[in-house]
Design a protein around this ligand. Structure first.
Ligand code: ADP
Length: 245
């Protein structure tokens, strides 16, 4: 319990009477890399939408530290340390990698204050460290628009890391990536989990095997099974759902 960073408790989400998430409970530990899998329409995206405050549930709560996130606004949840990466790209194409990272640095007091602050040594050091971590150190001056699809995804992760969140929510981070980029992303996510928690929605089972220590399988809004990748792969209900038996 002490080690829990996030607990989803009896969460139900209805859209005009249709239950997209049904009485779902799960918890995430500090430094845990938790993968959520499940067929289309299982409610995975809706769960992330609830955690980041984009959608409100009809029942249940999501505790993060002492705060019920279902009662907080999106901007407050970001400030509390929860960062979400969406599937749609959100880098500034005409700005360099360095500038994209700079503008993502949490704002100081006032525009001028924060501009000055962003050019200081500790900020530069942090940007260098993150650029290294996301494999883009040699691309600091490259415009984001010139990066490969995979590099752009890493830059977006870097733009979240620079805000130093405690929990990252990633929606299919390796979609469209080359095999080599997938491998590098597995390294990156494992590294991030030495100090932060992650919830990753993923379809690519080979990638899931590389990163997950704990997997939750959702089906029709409910929790089907949770455990290690081996436990989940052996579960008969999971096999039925995936093979459509
Ligand atoms: P997944 O991410 O697992 O594919 P989603 O969370 O996107 O699943 O969707 C779960 C179900 O909820 C789907 O049947 C979807 O059509 C429905 N749904 C999601 N968002 C809305 C919405 N805003 N209004 C109505 N139905 C929605």
């Amino acid at each position: 319990m002490e080690n829990t960073i996030l607990s989803v408790e009896n969460l139900t989400v209805s859209f005009d009477g249709f239950q997209a998430v049904k009485d779902l409970s799960l918890s995430i530990d500090h430094n845990e890399l938790h993968v959520i899998i499940g067929p289309n329409g299982a409610g995975k995206t809706t769960l992330l939408d609830i955690i980041c405050g984009r959608t409100k549930p009809s029942a249940g709560r999501v505790m993060f530290g002492g705060t019920d996130l279902t009662k907080a606004a999106e901007y407050q949840i970001v400030r509390l340390g929860v960062a979400r990466k969406f599937q749609t790209p959100s880098t500034y194409e005409d700005l360099s990698v360095l500038e994209n990272l700079e503008i993502s640095f949490p704002r100081g007091r006032g525009v001028w204050g924060s501009l000055f602050f962003r050019r200081t040594r500790p900020v530069r050091d942090r940007i260098t460290e993150i650029a290294n971590q996301i494999f883009l150190f040699d691309e600091l001056d490259t415009k984001a628009g010139k990066l490969s699809h995979g590099q752009k995804q890493w830059l977006e992760i870097g733009m979240l890391l620079i805000q130093d969140p405690e929990l990252l929510l990633l929606d299919e981070p390796v979609a469209g990536m080359s095999p080599r980029e997938r491998e590098q992303t597995a390294v990156l996510l494992n590294q991030i989990s030495h100090g932060k928690s992650l919830i990753v929605i993923e379809h690519d089972m080979e990638f899931v095997k590389q990163i997950a220590r704990k997997v939750t399988v959702m089906h029709q809004g409910a929790l089907l099974c949770a455990g290690s990748i081996e436990q989940v792969q052996r579960n008969e209900r999971v096999i039925e759902v995936y093979l459509g038996a």
